[in-house]
Ligand binder design. Structure first.
Ligand code: SAM
Ligand code: SF4
Length: 329
């Protein structure tokens, strides 16, 4: 099928990431400040509005939708929403990024609802550090959640780790061991300067090439050309066919030439690029045109022409004022 959504650089857009809520039960130090003001509920899109936008994008050739947040699993009604989005004709896969805290209860219902793959954030295997990094989270609960997800029948589960010097960088090999011994993929992410989180990010910045060298001290990573429709570059380690190691390198090696995605925030702003403020107010359009999608589609097509060619995070501490939980990471 011919892709229908194209940006001004000729890139086809077939991947939509939706932030279901800006709220979260954790306060990760790279994502949020210690005290956060969340959106008033009436400013957040309703589940029906989210479904309508999903339908619109899928009808225009979007093949992959990721539900994220904030923490998507703290939003009431999430399983029903997944069921309805997964059933949209033409959607190839509905996937989700979660912190894992609710998976003991929700892994099976999500898999049954049609969520194909899960990304679960895990930055450390040390309970005390886990509490320090997430400020409120409990490692044991997330590990049980990962176990529940492994038993629930997802086609793939990937761990996401933001690597920070002085916080968890010494655990890179142990996290790879964990992924291998549980038959999971793992992706290491460079920290991005989104929002003022009250600490200098430069001090803890860890490049993907540094992480790769740490992995090479224990394993032999072999570059792989495979991709999962997102920004990660992958490697395999010999002798462990069930685990892929991914690197997301928004700072050291941007991946903008092949960008195929846009994000919608919880309040319905269509963000054209994570590293810029260019956005379209979809909520206003949804509420002004409750019965007709044509004005929304026209506005989306026009907005895509303004999608920036690339982001450039450089090394300033705060480059985009919005926090990651508000961006749909
Ligand atoms: N709450 C869910 C979770 O933590 O997986 C989903 C939302 S979270 C914003 C999505 C992903 O963004 C997580 O893997 C998290 O580690 C990552 N993330 C958050 N802030 C980040 C930052 N400043 N730089 C890089 N990755 C970040
Ligand atoms: Fe919550 Fe995810 Fe942000 Fe952590 S990274 S505070 S779990 S939204």
């Amino acid at each position: 099928m011919t892709p229908k959504l194209q940006d001004g650089c000729g890139r086809n857009i077939d991947y939509l990431r939706i932030s279901i809520t800006d709220r979260c039960d954790f306060r990760c130090i790279y994502c949020m400040a210690e005290t956060m003001q969340f959106l008033p509920r009436q400013q957040v899109l309703t589940l029906e509005e989210i479904e309508r936008v999903s339908h619109l994008f899928v009808s225009q050739g979007v093949r992959k939708i990721r539900l994220t947040g904030g923490e998507p699993l703290v939003r009431p009604g999430i399983v029903g929403l997944c069921q309805r989005i997964a059933a949209l004709p033409g959607l190839r896969e509905l996937v989700m990024t979660t912190n894992g805290s609710q998976l003991v209860k929700l892994a099976r219902p999500l898999a049954d609802a049609g969520v194909k793959r899960l990304n679960i954030s895990l930055d450390t295997l040390d309970p005390k550090r886990f509490r320090t990094i997430t400020r409120t989270g409990e490692l044991g609960r997330v590990l049980h959640g990962i176990e529940a997800a492994r038993n629930a029948g997802f086609s793939a589960i990937k761990l996401n780790t933001v690597v920070m010097h002085g916080r968890n960088s010494d655990e890179v090999p142990a996290l790879v061991d964990f992924a291998i011994s549980h038959g999971l993929d793992i992706t290491f992410i460079e920290e991005m300067p989104l929002g003022d989180v009250g600490r200098s990010r430069n001090e803890s910045y860890c490049s993907s090439s540094w992480v790769r060298e740490r992995i090479a001290s224990r394993y032999t990573p072999i570059d792989s050309a495979e991709h999962s429709g997102g920004p990660a570059r992958y490697a395999r380690v010999s002798g462990h066919p069930d685990t892929r190691i991914g690197f997301i390198s928004p700072i050291s090696q941007h991946f903008c030439d092949t960008c195929n995605r846009v994000r919608m925030t919880a309040e319905g702003r269509l963000l054209l690029c994570l590293g810029h403020e260019h956005a379209l107010d979809l909520r206003g359009l949804l509420r002004r045109h409750p019965l007709h999608d044509a004005p929304l589609l026209e506005a989306v097509q026009q907005a895509l022409l303004r999608k920036p060619a690339r982001h450039d995070f450089g090394n300033a501490d705060v480059q985009v004022l919005r926090f990651m939980n508000a961006s749909g990471g």
